[in-house]
Every structure is written in structure tokens, then in C-alpha cells.
Design a protein around this ligand. Structure first.
Ligand SMILES: [Zn+2]
Length: 264
């Protein structure tokens, strides 16, 4: 097919080039007036958030050494709008779903629930060597909430193709949100929510919890090596927490963040 905009002569070009040029001018004007307020908004946001500062490294990570220099995957870690997702108050408080009705501990549903709790607790115990964690009974007081539930299927609409994409079912998922503490001088903090499917085997629950807790503790990215717990395909990775996982965690905690600091 010939492109009408390449035809220098003839009816089409003669009458179409004006709307075309007008269109280009309009786009240029829009870009100039759009980008300026966006930049201004970003600057305003920057000014209203706490400045980027590093927190003292927790003792567990100060003591962590890797004499073999096994490397890390720090370059795969994404930044949140508030910087690295670093906890600064220890121990980190977590809430874990537990069965409420223990009248019949032998019931199949209760047994499965208890197995799920055991697997998640095992993953928590593994991470506790590197960052201190403590369980709380009230989810409202928790930094990390761990729910025994099926992660939602987040459908997305692609404006290019006009198609609705429904991803494959996931077995586990971690999300975060930000909030301000209710003090005279509010502090910017974050909260993590981890959803782990009730329908996994005990081994898969352990590996999914280990992987998602890595995200919950701040490793917001994936390794491309199967031997790391944060390997991008958590279903296939049954790896324990690796030296590279901890090297990455330590490097993240050495970075500045806006989290855990007072608003200006
Ligand atoms: Zn992941």
C-alpha cells in the first residue's frame, strides 16, 4: 500500500498535509503545556515527601559477611515512589492468619490450615537470621500482613489492542501501600500484604512464603538464577535463601529511602 504522506503531488497530499501539520503543531503545544505541570507536580511531591536518607544498618546485616564474594542481583531491584522499601523499626511486626476455630483440631480443614501456618512460620524463621521479626495478634498493628487466601486475578485492559488480558492464576502475591503515622510530625511508612494460596502443597507453601517474604522485607525484584529464593519463577524455585539473596538484601538496606522519616 502506498503511503499518502509520501506522495508529494496529487490530491491526497495537497489537501491532507494541512490537517497533518496542524495536528503536529497541536501535539507539540499539548506536550509543552502537559509536561510543565507534570514536572511541577513532581517537584511539589518531592518537596512534600521526606528527603532521601539512609537508616542505620540492622545488626544482623552488619554481621553478615560473604568472604567468597558470591555477588548479588541489586541491579534488578525496582524503586518505589518512596525509594527502597526498607524497614527501619525492629523487630518487624507481622500478622499471620491462623485458624480461629480449634474445637476440632483433627478436622481436615483445620489440619490443612495448621500445615499452611507451619510452612509460613518455617519461612519466617529462615529470614529471621537476617532481619528480626515478631508476630502480633492485631493485623492493624502489623507491618507485614500474611493472609491465607487466593491472590486476585488482576485483569488488565490493553489500550493498543483493545483486548482484556487475564493473567494465569498466581499462587502468591505481595503488595505494598504507604501511610502517614498519626503524630504531630507524621512519618512516612509502608505496609506489606502477602497473600498465599491455601491450595498449595506444604513444600510449595514454604517456597512461596520464602519468596514473598523476600519481597516483603524489601527485595522488590527478581533474580535470574534458579539457586536464589527470589528467582523470578517462584513455582519452580525451591531454593533456600542464598548468599546472593542476603547480599542483595544487605545492599538494599544500605540505600537511602524516604520511608521511616518525618515529613518536611
Ligand atoms: Zn516474586
Amino acid at each position: 500500500m502506498t503511503n499518502i504522506f509520501n506522495q508529494k503531488k496529487g490530491f491526497c497530499w495537497k489537501y491532507r498535509k494541512y490537517p497533518f501539520l496542524l495536528g503536529l503543531t497541536c501535539i507539540a503545544i499539548l506536550v509543552v503545556f502537559w509536561v510543565q505541570p507534570l514536572n511541577a507536580q513532581r517537584d511539589d511531591l518531592e518537596r512534600s515527601l521526606p528527603p532521601l536518607q539512609a537508616h542505620p544498618l540492622p545488626l544482623t546485616l552488619i554481621e553478615w559477611q560473604d568472604p567468597k564474594n558470591s555477588g548479588d542481583y541489586f541491579d534488578k531491584i525496582s524503586l518505589s515512589p518512596a525509594g527502597y522499601l526498607i524497614w527501619s523499626q525492629f523487630p518487624i511486626k507481622f500478622y499471620l492468619d491462623r485458624p480461629t476455630n480449634l474445637n476440632d483440631p483433627a478436622a481436615a480443614s483445620t489440619r490443612l490450615f495448621l500445615q499452611w501456618v507451619d510452612a509460613v512460620m518455617e519461612a519466617i524463621t529462615e529470614w529471621q537470621d537476617f532481619l528480626p521479626l515478631v508476630e502480633v495478634k492485631d493485623p492493624k498493628l502489623a507491618d507485614i500482613v500474611i493472609e491465607r487466601t487466593e491472590p486476585p486475578l488482576d485483569a488488565s485492559f490493553d489500550p493498543e489492542t483493545g483486548q482484556l488480558t487475564i493473567p494465569r492464576a498466581r499462587s502468591a502475591q505481595t503488595n505494598y501501600n504507604f501511610y502517614l503515622t498519626q503524630d504531630n510530625s507524621p512519618i512516612l511508612r509502608h505496609r506489606m500484604t502477602i497473600k498465599i494460596s491455601p491450595g498449595l502443597s506444604q513444600l510449595s507453601t514454604l517456597s512461596a512464603s520464602r519468596h514473598e517474604l523476600g519481597h516483603g522485607l524489601g527485595i522488590w525484584g527478581h533474580s535470574d538464577q534458579e539457586t536464589d529464593a527470589l528467582y523470578f519463577s517462584q513455582v519452580r524455585s525451591l531454593s533456600p535463601i542464598s548468599v546472593r539473596d542476603v547480599n542483595t538484601l544487605k545492599k538494599i538496606y544500605q540505600q537511602p529511602t524516604r520511608l521511616g522519616w518525618k515529613l518536611p
